[in-house]
Design a protein around this ligand. Sequence first.
Ligand SMILES: C[S@@+](CC[C@H](N)C(=O)[O-])C[C@H]1O[C@@H](n2cnc3c(N)ncnc32)[C@H](O)[C@@H]1O
Length: 209
Amino acid sequence: MSDMAKRLNQCRKPAGDTGKVVVEDMNESHFELTGWGLRKVNIQENSKILDIGCGGGRTINRLASLTPKGKVFGIDYSIDCVNWASDYNKDLVAQGKVEIYNATVEKLPFEDEKFDFVSAVETIYFWPDVVDNLKEIKRVLKPSGKILVINEIYKDEKFKDRNDEYVKMGNLKIYTPKEFEELFKKAGYRNVQIEIKEEKNWICSVAEK
Ligand SMILES: C[S@@+](CC[C@H](N)C(=O)[O-])C[C@H]1O[C@@H](n2cnc3c(N)ncnc32)[C@H](O)[C@@H]1O
């Protein structure tokens, strides 16, 4: 397996010593991308937020600073990520402002209509059934709650050679902006807004329950 294939495999479900290196790197390398996406939404100071596929936990930390009177939850199906993200946010966990669980997006361990806002950064490529998974997220969103999905890759001719290689090596699922819009609509979301940063191949989708 090439080094790139090994890295993409770790991005799918980080674990062990190599996973820790990859997760620490993602905490750095996804920071600008995540900031770009977060500027598309209005988070309230008392919002209840869920971050799906939280990896190393930096986005949780950032969301907690945006909602000082609210609370941020995270989930990841990698138990190592849950431990690393919990350690990254240990002060907030101790203060009861952050809770992180080992769970999959297929079955979220939360009651209906719990969250104002759900984020998912660089994780949708790996989900088993995106429309079904988006419906499960809709279940835990409050009426008019919003989802924000941020990705540094979307299907586009300009990046085709690079992206084809990533898709093949990492078994990733990627979509065009139009396909993204359709996925959200199929899952029953309204007011779907897709924004791209064409020169970087970044995409950010915001949709309302
Ligand atoms: C590329 S990493 C991104 C991590 C983090 N969001 C970031 O931006 O740095 C993808 C994360 O999604 C998680 N993940 C992938 N599929 C998942 C699923 N079905 N349920 C929950 N987490 C999942 C992985 O374990 C990994 O931590």
